[in-house]
Design a protein around this ligand. Sequence first.
Ligand SMILES: CC(C)(COP(=O)(O)OP(=O)(O)OC[C@H]1O[C@@H](n2cnc3c(N)ncnc32)[C@H](O)[C@@H]1OP(=O)(O)O)[C@@H](O)C(=O)NCCC(=O)NCCS
Length: 209
Amino acid sequence: MEIDIRIFENHDYDRCEELVNEAWHFDKIINDKNLSTTALRFYTKGGLCAGNINLVAVNHGKVAGFLFGLNTLAKSKPRGKIRFAFDALISFNFKKMDKIERDVFTKALTDHNKNRTAIEPGTESEICLFVVSQDLRGKNIGTKLWEKFRDSCITSGVKRIRVEANKLGASNFYEKLGFTLVNNFNSPLHEIAIPGGQACMYEYICDKT
Ligand SMILES: CC(C)(COP(=O)(O)OP(=O)(O)OC[C@H]1O[C@@H](n2cnc3c(N)ncnc32)[C@H](O)[C@@H]1OP(=O)(O)O)[C@@H](O)C(=O)NCCC(=O)NCCS
């Protein structure tokens, strides 16, 4: 299969959002339409703004997957975080949506971030958001995206790369790539997306000497 890995360009955004919805079904797990489109947008944009090595895998001209990653030692820095935070604040507070469902969602997000920060202060290089199209999974596209990101980190001198995962999601995939478990944490946000799945933090050591 012909796969080209290249840097994310703005015109790729809508397809990436589509892939995120395909993976976590925002349109099904959140009833209120405005809330689900807003949550999907900010989840995808959040990953994009957190990353500075944002890669897409292209198959026959169509984005088949993407990896938004943070390499803390790369020259380019993540962009648009302040604008992102401002837009999120306005959208969640002023868009017409079911207030009860919105409050449940934003509390889940706040508690998730608090519990995650307790085990991961957020200073390491990391995979921020990573999805391959459902119909093209298991064909090595994820591995190719990962290798490109990992190599950029190694070239920059990064020692470790972290990723947040779910035991019922991609944990086994990361273990196959050589990641090891750092810690589990409680996440009401994961519970909404993957009921019964344990949220966890994994780590890849670049310099194994
Ligand atoms: C995780 C994901 C990006 C992997 O992409 P992919 O292109 O399917 O991965 P690859 O084809 O390179 O898989 C490499 C190996 O891992 C295995 N693998 C892939 N995803 C797996 C998963 N979720 N659980 C267990 N094993 C998995 C593959 O079977 C393959 O095994 P093999 O080498 O024995 O054949 C993709 O499954 C996905 O988008 N999942 C939904 C979103 C998600 O969970 N993203 C990660 C967020 S932390």
